[in-house]
Structure formats: C-alpha cells, structure tokens
Design a protein around this ligand. Structure first.
Ligand code: ADP
Ligand code: MG
Length: 351
C-alpha cells in the first residue's frame, strides 16, 4: 500500500552526484519527512517526485505508475514551497481557485471549493485581499489551500515554514500536522530542522550527502540511531569512540580515551572500533562510587534552562560530556570530582 515509491533513484548535475541509490516507500496517508543539512539533496529529491526534475537513473512511481508517463498537470501530486510562490496580482480567492480555473471547472463548483479551503485554513473573510496585505503565516496558508484544492493524493512541502519566525513556525507545525491527519493526504515534507521533523512526522528519512542514513519513526531514530551522523544530527548526543575489549551477554566493554564504558550491542567483536552514543538525559552523575562501570570526570558548568539544567563534565582526556537533569536543586558544584555512569541499554553502539 505504498503511494510513492523510489527505486534506486540517482541524480547527477554534471559530475556532481547529489542523490545516490535512494530507496523509499511512502505509505498511503503517511507524513514522511526528508531531513538533513543544507545541500544534502532534499529539494532535488522532492523535485524529482514532483516531476520538475528527471532522475539520472532509477524509478519513481506514484500510485504504482511511473511518473514519466504523465504530464505534470495529470499527476496527483502538488507542491508547496518555502517562498509561497503566490501570484502577487491575484486575490486570495483567485490564487486558491487557480488549479480549478485552468481545468475549466464550473464557477459554482470553484466558489464552493474555495470556500471549503478558506474554512480549512482559517482564512474566511480574506478572499479579496492581495498577497501583499497578508502576514507570512497567512500567505503560507493560502499556498497550502491552493495546493489542496484539486484533492491531490500527495502533497510535497519544501521547507514550507522556513520563512516564519519561531513562534509562528511552532504554531503552524501543529496546524499542518492536524490538517494532514484530518484530510488523510500523504505528505512528503522537507526540512533541515530536526525538532520540526520530530514533532510532525510519522517517519523520517535522515539524509546526508545524497544518501539516506536511516529511515524510521522519530522515536527509533532518536533512541536507536544507526550511524554516527544520525546520532549527532538528531538531538544532543555524546559520542565516544573506542575499541571493544569484552563482550558479555550483548553488553560490550569499550575502551575510550575517557575510560572504559559499557553499552548494549549485538554483532560486535572484541577488538572492533566502534562509536558509542549516549543522550545527555540518560547520564547519571554521582559523587560516590557506583556499581558496574564508571568514568571519572569533573563538573565544569551549569546552564539553567527553565525545565532542565544542562551540565558539562570534563573527562580525563579533556573531552567534554554533556548531561541534563530535570531536578533543579543543585547537589554539585563546579569543580566537583564525580563518577559518570549510565544504564548500558540506554547507550547505543554504532559501527
Ligand atoms: P537541499 O535541498 O538538501 O539543501 P539540494 O537538493 O537543493 O539540497 O542540492 C543538493 C546539491 O545539488 C547541492 O550541492 C546543489 O548545489 C546541487 N544542485 C541542486 N540543483 C542544481 C542544479 N539545477 N544544477 C546544478 N547543481 C544543483
Ligand atoms: Mg532545499
């Protein structure tokens, strides 16, 4: 039941290969996000799905049909861009009505559909305005209404909230997610903002230099990153590099410059070089010795952030470990010698 399928899709501009062997199956009604740093190939991927750009090799199918077989206007796919791309000389009504007008739909049908869309994006009463008389958030709502009016099966959105300020962006994230759920339309959404991706998506494809490093639910990506890049890109993480020195019941001893630590992992061998990712919130800090393993450190500083306190610990190799806590009564002071530990199941071993 996949609605959009990419099979070994590649794209080169001259000698520059920007998308490499990409495979994705987007499910019907899913909110799937392409997330990655600027220049990793997100827009190019979206433009290929939209049919604005031709793949150098591979196959792209929408509802089981290859997209090359269809003219752009025949495709059940619409796109919303960051810069809205509204027609400046047209009213809100005419902007939203555009797709039905060029299809020469009857006037009363157009009026009824536009009305429905105005209600959907909460812009009733704005139909006569020109885009220049709208705020950024309102313009983006018009762009979304315009893209939804002909009932596309799939909506592609390329950093649609990128031009909005933080507060409005957060509000629109929630609105857009609700809208998507309500309509049941498949969204393929592009952003470089990891928090936005975690907030909105059913699944996230993490892209790096034209490759999908991981495609999974937000929770799996956060808790079980499969590459060092993903661990570092999503959320805050401490990443320690080391060598496996012992393996007992899927718990690895790993020798690192900061000391020997423990992490759960299977399929690793003694002597293998690995990375260990541990989230700041899973780190325990204590003055007293702890059972199991511990690393020695010294409290460096506290950053009070309202709901959490973030702390850095200097390790013996001069690296720095971040940890965060929700209890705010400070039981440590800067300069205190402490023992760092964690539940090995909370840390992630990465090849
Ligand atoms: P993202 O959206 O992730 O920031 P893009 O898909 O826009 O990345 O770009 C990926 C790479 O492809 C970049 O290096 C960019 O310069 C290059 N690129 C994109 N479009 C073109 C084009 N039309 N011609 C040449 N290079 C391009
Ligand atoms: Mg882009």
């Amino acid at each position: 039941d996949s609605i959009v399928t990419l099979i070994d899709v590649e794209k080169s501009f001259g000698k520059n290969q920007v998308v490499k062997k990409m495979n994705i199956e987007v499910k019907q009604g899913e909110f799937l996000t392409l997330l990655g740093p600027s220049g990793c190939g997100k827009t190019t991927t979206l433009r290929m799905i939209a049919g604005f750009e031709e793949a150098s090799s591979g196959i792209i199918k929408v509802q089981g049909e290859s997209i090359e077989d269809k003219e752009p206007f025949e495709r059940d796919v619409n796109t919303v861009f960051q810069n809205y791309a509204l027609f400046p000389h047209m009213s809100v009504f005419d902007n939203i009505a555009y797709a039905l007008k060029i299809r020469k739909r009857p006037k009363d049908e157009i009026a009824a559909r536009v009305n429905e869309m105005l209600n959907l994006v909460q812009l009733k009463g704005y139909e006569k305005r020109k885009p220049e008389a709208l705020s950024g958030g309102q313009k983006q709502r018009v762009a979304i209404a315009r893209a939804l009016i002909n009932n596309p099966k799939v909506l592609l959105l390329d950093e649609p909230l990128g031009a909005l300020d933080l507060k409005l962006r957060k509000q629109m994230q929630v609105e857009l997610k609700r809208l998507q759920k309500k309509l049941g339309i498949t969204f393929i959404y592009v952003t470089h903002d990891q928090e936005e991706a975690l907030t909105m998506s059913d699944r996230i494809a993490i892209m790096n230099e034209g490759i999908i490093e991981q495609l999974d639910t937000p929770r799996e990506i956060y808790d079980r990153p499969v590459t060092k890049f993903v661990a570092g890109f999503i959320g805050e993480s401490n990443i320690l590099d080391g060598k496996v020195t012992a393996v007992n019941d899927e718990i690895l001893d790993v020798e690192t410059p900061a000391g020997t630590l423990r992490v759960k992992g299977n399929g690793f061998r003694i002597g293998e070089s690995i990375h260990v990712s541990i989230r700041p919130e899973y780190i325990n800090v204590s003055i007293n010795p702890v059972e199991g393993f511990s690393l020695k450190g010294r409290i460096k500083d506290f950053i009070y952030m309202g709901t959490v306190v973030k702390t850095a610990v200097d390790m013996k190799d001069n690296s720095e470990l971040k940890y965060s806590r929700f209890e705010k009564d400070d039981d440590f002071e800067e300069g205190d010698s402490v023992q760092i530990s964690w539940n090995p199941e909370r840390a992630v071993a990465i090849k």
